[in-house]
Design a protein around this ligand. Structure first.
Ligand code: PEP
Ligand code: MG
Length: 563
């Protein structure tokens, strides 16, 4: 910690998960490379090489079990599964055979043995094929142990730390423990990447696209401000004290989103894993505005059965009896490939057969899902709405609504994520019961900027005036048809932008439950007319920075609340 006034220049990035944390840096180890040298020198006998492999696998198993004991939830499950794979003798014995028959180095033998095990599992299909990623994980850990590299994945130093990485893979984010990881800083990664969404869901302050973070070294003290998108190396005592004061403020949400003059703006939750539904309800969410059903089935090689879908969906509906739950049909593709539904050979997956478009290739998956949603809805007491992702045309809307009607699902809507849908909101909403704007993809497609790329983060913000105009067009279409328009992209969780969205005519805002108290507090500080006036000002801004700066300056409550 520096004495007052001597802190270093802040590293700028994009704040994707609000909150402040002070701690020391730990960098994510680089991925384990394929061992290049294959032949063993004469100095190491077959037996010694074989013994090294067994010992390394054992060390890996022990380490994973230790980590699992200190972990909870998904993180614990992932670690336990990987420890079990490390204990499986097949990989070790196959590698030991290879050192004996082929003079391979222990690391090379483990690499090749894992390749054989992966091929065998993949050929078996189904559940076994889903384990190939675990084998690759164990392989990397054993090779790291053999070659003296740090173990791959999120490090576990036994104390809390600020995780600094280039970007995080989905499997790494699954093992993030909010009690250990004080904050996340990535030098790449876009603001609406799923890593960012997960960090927000876990309540871990996060800054992405902070190119300067590559210069941070292990154990360096830093202050991370996930709201402002700033990383302050060697912060001053004053900065630390202010951050701690703000971090100690606990806001809650009373379950009624409204403006200062009492105009209701229902604040809903985005839910992925059904485990998140009850905590979302406990956080006061007035319903679910986006249930990302594909998150239940990522990594599946085969389509889930109707029965298992019913079981998963019922858990979410049960947590919201008497309230609205908007179930989105599988949004497979791009950064969320579902092996049973998406092609792997498309040159541009974000522009490919994804979302609702997959039904043109395999309508049965959609039909089964609608069957499952209808059964779950009939068995529970939530108000079940259904919507399709990635709708671009009136014909797609008609087709989807007709399918829902045939399944007895009367409230069928569309997501507005493609600019064409925003521009056609009138005719689309003449057919659909509601629209929900997915600002993450709407921004990606309006700005032609990959939402996963940190280097394009300046483009990938929903403050872009062009994006705001598309949102305004969607709201006009909704008003013409008397249909509600909500927002369920990350824009809804930005308290300043939420004010603008309400002013543009958005009826409901759906977000990660952690964002509910902040959005509610800021909305409660403005009247509906003020929202409208601010929306007009944002709409005529010429740049994203100007729009954001102007609205933030008009909302002093943000500074008071430390947002
Ligand atoms: C969006 O695109 O804004 C959205 C909510 O969907 P997802 O983030 O799951 O693509
Ligand atoms: Mg989307």
């Amino acid at each position: 910690m520096s004495p007052t006034g001597t802190s270093h220049q802040a590293i700028r990035g994009i704040g994707v998960s609000p909150g402040r944390a002070v701690g020391t840096v730990l960098r994510m180890p680089p991925p384990v490379p394929e061992p290049s040298g294959t032949r063993r020198g004469p100095g190491l006998s077959d037996d010694d090489a074989a013994a090294q492999i067994a010992a390394a696998a054992e060390r890996v198993r022990e380490g994973l079990e230790r980590s699992a004991q200190g972990a909870v939830g998904t993180s614990r499950e992932v670690l336990e599964t990987t420890a079990m794979m490390a204990a499986d003798p097949t990989l070790v014995s196959t590698a030991q055979d290879l050192v004996r028959s082929g003079d391979l180095t222990p690391a090379r033998a483990v690499w090749e043995a894992a390749g054989q095990v992966i091929d065998q599992l993949a050929a078996l299909g189904g559940y076994m094929a889903e384990r190939t990623r675990d084998v690759a994980d164990v392989r990397d850990r054993v090779v790291a142990a053999l070659t003296g590299r740090p173990a791959p994945g999120v490090p576990d130093p036994g104390h809390p730390f600020v995780l600094v990485a280039r970007d995080l893979a989905p499997a790494d984010t699954a093992t993030l423990d909010p009690d250990r990881v004080l904050a996340i800083v990535t030098s790449e990664g876009g603001p609406t990447s799923h890593t960012a969404i997960l960090a927000r869901a876990l309540g871990i302050p996060a800054v992405v696209g902070a190119a300067g973070a590559v210069d941070l070294h292990d154990d360096a003290p830093v202050l991370v401000d996930g709201g402002k998108g700033e990383v302050v190396p060697d912060p001053s005592e004053e900065q630390v004290a202010r951050a701690q004061e703000l971090a100690a403020q606990v806001r809650t949400f009373d379950g009624h989103g409204r403006t200062r003059d009492g105009h209701p703006v229902p604040l809903l939750a985005n839910v992925g894993n059904p485990d998140g539904a009850q905590p979302a309800a406990d956080a006061g969410a007035e319903g679910v505005g986006l249930f990302r059903t594909e998150f239940c089935f990522l990594d599946r090689k085969q389509a889930p059965t109707v029965e298992e879908q019913v079981a998963a969906y019922r858990r979410v509906l049960a947590a919201f009896a008497g309230k609205k739950v908007v179930v989105r049909t599988l949004d497979a593709g791009a950064d969320k490939p579902l092996p049973f539904l998406t092609a792997t050979d498309e040159p541009n997956p974000a522009l490919g057969v994804r979302g609702l478009r997959t039904a043109t290739r395999d309508a049965q998956v959609l039909e089964d899902q609608l069957t499952a949603i209808a059964q779950a809805a009939a068995a529970e007491h939530a108000e079940t709405w259904v919507m399709a992702p990635m709708v671009a045309t009136v014909e797609e809307t008609e087709d989807f609504v007709a399918r829902c009607t045939a399944h007895g699902l009367p409230t069928a809507g569309v997501m507005v994520e493609v600019p064409s849908a925003a521009l056609l909101a009138g005719p689309i909403l003449a057919r659909a019961a509601f629209a929900s704007i997915g600002t993450n993809d709407l921004t990606q497609y309006a700005m032609a900027s990959d939402r996963l790329l940190g280097s394009l983060a300046g483009l990938s913000t929903s403050w872009q005036p062009a994006v705001l105009q598309l949102i305004a067009a969607t709201c006009r279409g909704g008003a013409q048809q008397g249909r509600p328009v909500g927002v369920c992209g990350e824009a809804a969780a930005d308290p300043a932008l939420a004010v603008v969205l309400v002013g543009l005519g958005v009826a409901t805002l759906s977000m990660s439950p952690r964002a509910l108290p902040d959005v509610a507090a800021v909305l409660a500080s403005v009247t509906r007319d003020e929202c409208r006036r601010l929306a007009e000002r944002a709409l005529v801004a010429e740049t994203a920075d100007a729009a954001r700066a102007e609205i933030r300056a008009a909302l002093p409550v943000l500074e008071e609340l430390g947002l």
